[in-house]
Design a binder for this molecule. Structure first.
Ligand code: PLP
Length: 393
């Protein structure tokens, strides 16, 4: 019997990470020693304090029951204090926070709260795939805002057709950027907020890499722009900041009505976040080890420097990204991004992601995630060199 998938599934472009997994498995079966820089899957473990908190919570039977849908009051208060301390923004813990089972699910499910078939979401590209897939799954249409290296990977809002802007329902912005590593400016965020207000567009800010920045370029919260809370929902995660990607813990903050709609969707889909994980996240947001995040940043910065310098020694001219955990670099002439990444995996065992995974405008580039220790990154560069893989302009 042939089962007919729903149109919404058929409309999705192929998920390149799933394809990569297959190739990785084939290489591993052949005995290859892979250096996996494919997914942005942090390898720096969370501080012991967070693990201890989880273990302690596990022995309390109350914590094994269904959690509250929207998050425990103490979790929401911890979020509010964290947002004030880290980003200088005021969040009402009662009405302006919702827990998420990782920020990805929150970003994707939000589309189901507002997108009707045919509705438009403005999405800068290249982009984290969930930024356009949520809209597609909900039956809407992503409208691509092109970004280029020359413009610092920020879209030019002035070239958006006013007719499209009038029709658009949502816009998704996310800096520091996955995959480009670009950071934004306050002036750009002011422009984004003014644009969304003018055209009555819901503004989604995915702030997954809020704490992963270098050389003091501390990213700002979209909600720190005056008036942003009238239109904006912002997504945060413990995945990258505290090395907890497998724990699936995130939260959204911002406009009360938008938060309420996301809650409504989620009450129909899930039962909220495991209470023991919420308690551990509170421990994370109130860590005694004050310099943990500084250490994480310093580690990623050393990796970034080593990897970018290594690529540049092989003919590339890559600038050091100012945030996120990624190095985004052009593929040599004669390849598209998929062919290049396949060649790199086959010849060197180094796994990187083809830029096409981040939308058509990612073609011509590839992405390395800095999720391996320095000695493995050094080894990755040495393998590329040995295999004669160089940039040829
Ligand atoms: C921009 C962006 N948002 C969200 C996520 C997902 O984070 P989470 O683990 O909180 O679902 C990622 C993961 O790579 C990301 O790059």
């Amino acid at each position: 019997m042939k089962f007919q998938q729903a149109d919404r599934l058929l409309k999705l472009p192929i998920y390149v990470f799933a394809q990569l997994d297959k190739i990785k498995a084939e290489q591993q079966a052949k005995g290859a020693d892979l250096i996996d820089l494919g997914m942005g899957n942090p390898d720096i473990p969370p501080p012991q304090e967070i693990i201890d908190s989880l273990v302690k919570s596990l022995s309390n039977p109350e914590n094994h029951r269904y959690p509250s849908f929207e998050g425990a009051p103490e979790f929401k208060h911890a979020v509010s204090s964290w947002c004030k301390r880290q980003y200088g923004i005021n969040i009402d813990p009662e009405h302006e926070v919702v827990t998420l089972i990782g920020s990805k699910e929150g970003v994707v499910h939000f589309a189901f709260a507002y997108i009707n078939p045919g509705d438009i979401t403005l999405v800068p590209m290249p982009a984290y795939p969930a930024h356009f897939r949520g809209t597609i799954l909900a039956g809407g249409e992503p409208y691509v805002l092109p970004t280029t290296e020359r413009q610092g990977w920020l879209p030019d809002l002035k070239i958006i057709d006013p007719e499209i802007a009038k029709k658009a329902k949502m816009m998704i912005i996310s800096y520091p950027s996955n995959p480009t590593g670009a950071v934004s400016t306050r002036a750009f965020y002011e422009e984004v907020v003014a644009f969304c207000k003018k055209y009555e567009i819901i503004l989604i800010h995915d702030f997954a890499y809020a704490e992963i920045y270098f050389e003091g370029h501390k990213p700002i919260s979209m909600l720190s722009i005056p008036g942003a809370k009238d239109i904006c929902i912002e997504y945060h995660t413990t995945s990258k900041t505290f090395g907890m990607p497998g724990w699936r813990c995130g939260f959204a903050v911002g406009n009360r009505e938008l938060i309420e709609s996301l809650r409504k969707i989620k009450t129909n889909l899930d039962y909220g976040l495991f209470t023991a994980v919420q308690k551990a996240a509170i421990a994370a947001m109130t860590l005694d080890e004050k310099d943990y995040i500084d250490r994480v940043r310093a580690t990623y910065q050393r990796r970034r420097d080593l990897f970018v310098d290594g690529l540049n020694s092989l003919g590339w001219q890559v600038k050091k990204p100012q945030g996120s955990l990624y190095v985004w670099f052009p593929v040599p002439q004669g390849y598209d991004s998929t062919a290049f990444c396949l060649k790199v995996i086959e010849k060197t065992g180094v796994v990187i992601t083809p830029g096409i995974a981040f939308g058509d405008l990612g073609e011509g580039y590839c992405r390395a995630a800095l999720v391996a220790p320095e000695e493995r990154l050094r080894e990755a560069i040495a393998r590329l060199g040995k295999a004669g893989i160089r940039y040829n302009g």
